[in-house]
Design a protein around this ligand. Structure first.
Ligand code: TYM
Length: 331
């Protein structure tokens, strides 16, 4: 079976609705037809300062959320990035194939370093996309299910795969991004021009682990517009369009059908109904996550098993890589 691989950072106490709709749901669905590898990107998490205790906790809570969302340890390999050393090792080789200017063009570095200025950002934040390329290429996946914000990193990954293959010998498979248009970018409920993100947080960010009351309130106070009609128009009505997108993704109803059913009704109705359909999915997910966290040894077992399976695949590729660049074999 062809492979699928993706990762998520443990940089908040919970995943958010954008992570869930843009990525996690596809991770679950793809288990049916692919050999799936999913990991928690803790190496990426330390590109900005982290509290060690908090990071360790978030890594485990992340694993619990993956399993609660339906990533099945019997069918998928679930692992923690730092437990598979080949990622960092392959990353070095790929860094030596990446142009400085090429790395500099990555817009996420520009965005993330904008606040403190480039001088304050870590070199790790700069080389972040190259580590991501290593994460992916070691497993030779066909697809990488992600949200729209990862598209540029996937392009770099393909470029690096082709460059390595060309310079040395065919080793990597250039992966295809798997990005579902409808949910590729979920927007912040308060600032519907911006994508929902862990770093903005606040009232506009719906966490998977939000208590039902908190979640309903976030939808109730979602920013809409001064018009009154409920229709999808990304440019003119970003807030309403985002709510329709979320409703449709959670309820399975088409956006056009929703527009018809909300004809003559007000924004209050729309917000209440969206909160309802979201809760129907996230409430059980939250409860299951908390249950899983009751028995941490079971989660640790899943991760240990995952690291072993992932390590076997990654190390085999790394051996080829080391050999092809001309490193003397370690005996
Ligand atoms: P991260 O942790 O920021 O996000 C995890 C996944 O969620 C998607 N996503 C969104 N999708 C739709 N709407 C949103 N508002 C939204 N916000 C986030 C992201 O696109 C992502 O798919 N660099 C990656 C982690 C990573 C990785 C990898 C991914 C490291 N190595 C290898 C794939 C393959 C990241 O920071 O994702």
């Amino acid at each position: 079976r062809p492979r699928v691989l993706s990762g998520i950072q443990p940089t908040a106490d919970s995943f958010h609705l954008g992570n869930f709709l843009g990525a996690l749901r596809q991770w679950v669905a793809l288990q049916e037809d692919f050999d799936t590898f999913y990991f928690i990107a803790d190496l990426h998490a330390i590109t900005v300062e982290q509290d060690p205790k908090v990071l360790r906790e978030r890594t485990l809570v992340s694993a619990a959320q993956l399993v609660a969302a339906g990533v099945d340890p019997a069918r998928s390999t679930i692992f923690v990035q730092s437990q598979v050393p080949a990622h960092a090792q392959a990353s070095w080789v790929l860094q030596c194939l990446t142009g400085f200017g090429e790395a500099r063009r990555m817009t996420q570095f520009k965005d993330k370093s904008a606040k403190g200025g480039e001088g304050a950002a870590s070199v790790g934040l700069f080389t972040y996309p190259i580590l991501q390329a290593a994460d992916i290429l070691l497993y030779r996946p066909q697809y990488v299910p992600v949200g729209e914000d990862q598209r540029q990193h996937l392009e770099l990954t393909r470029d690096l795969a082709n460059r390595f293959n060309h310079r040395y010998k065919k080793t990597f498979r250039p992966p295809e991004p798997y990005i579902l248009e409808a949910t590729a970018k979920i927007y912040d409920l308060q600032i519907p021009e911006k994508q929902m993100s862990k770093s903005i947080g606040g009232q506009g960010c719906v966490w998977v682990l939000d208590e039902p009351k908190v979640l309903a309130k976030k939808f109730r106070s979602a920013v809409t517009d001064s018009d009154t009609t409920i229709r999808f128009d990304r440019e003119a009505k970003p807030g309403v369009s985002n709510l329709l997108t979320i409703h449709s993704a959670m309820s399975g109803e088409k956006v056009e059908a929703l527009e018809a059913s909300f004809e003559g009704r007000g924004y209050g109705d729309l917000k209440a109904e969206v909160a309802d359909v979201v809760l129907q999915v996230l409430d059980p997910l939250r409860e299951r996550t908390l249950e899983l966290l009751d028995d941490r040894s079971e989660l640790e077992r899943i991760l240990a098993d995952g690291a072993e399976r992932a390590g076997a695949v990654a190390e085999a590729t790394l051996r080829d890589v080391y050999d092809r660049v001309g490193f003397l074999p370690a005996s």
